[in-house]
Design a protein around this ligand. Sequence first.
Ligand code: SAM
Length: 323
Amino acid sequence: QSADERSVAIPRYVRVNTALWTTEQAIEYFGSLGFTLFTDPVSPSAQGKEFSKDIHVPNLLVFPSQTSFADDYAYQNGKLILQDKASCFPAVVLAPPASDDAAVIDATAAPGNKTSHLSAIMKNRGKIYAFERDRKRFTTLETMLAKAQCSNVHPVNTDFLLVDPYDEKYGAVTHILLDPSCSGSGIVNRLDHLVESDPKEADAINSDSRLSKLAAFQLKMIKHAMQFPKVKKIVYSTCSIHATENEHVVRDALASAEANENSFALAPRNEALPSWPRRGLSDEMASGEDASSVIRCSPGEDHTNGFFVSCFIRRAAQSESSS
Ligand code: SAM
């Protein structure tokens, strides 16, 4: 399958921004525009005005791939967010609480799709510190957060690696979302992605030396996240299909001193989107680690872009939650 063929196999996913209205209201709205709601998943290649509710991600609607939202009133007003299904998984797995004392970090936030998703899950309560290192992308993040009316987000234009985990400002942080720069090798449909760079050569994206550099950076980011004293859950995701950036980074993070000192382990499958069938590559994990704890999406085949999601939990938190 070519990248174009895989791209055609991806429907148009639209996340309802539940900070501004409900999915029932959005369904009514689309009904008034002449769309028909189907119980069965719509085909990406359907030509009519039809849609369905996604079966894995709450508040996600699925339309045929050719559906355009550029002129849509609700999209223009931040009530709908165009976001690939797989890229909705990290916030669903992190599942931060909707409480006034909740404190969450989105370590690599721009353009802000996942930040606004976290904000909606938290019902705009508590606090999300959204870090973004790049100045231009930070401006995009601010625009996106304003449009989606995320009032519980504090965006900060800084490098997450320079944020002191022991700063008392972050003393209450319990959940961290880590979706750092990656090769982007899983992306076959760039429509809803603001890519960081657009290397012309596929070889450049996938070269071993580039992947090793990215993996070293990704590992550093996870180890940094593990040092926040109260953090009990860290979700690490990429839009890469390479084990070097996925299972291998997870394996190395679990073997690190930071994971051992702070007692981090992988959350079991039943805490990480258990209904999603495609899981990690067991040959690429450390022996003794359960590859079904992590999530993979195969570009095109799963009606999504290629994606990877893992969830680290502090062991003490694990026994608390299971007791
Ligand atoms: N989570 C975002 C979303 O769903 O909209 C996409 C994040 S994108 C894959 C990675 C982002 O991390 C880029 O905007 C990049 O500039 C930023 N970034 C990379 N290294 C960073 C660092 N050390 N600290 C903060 N941001 C960083």
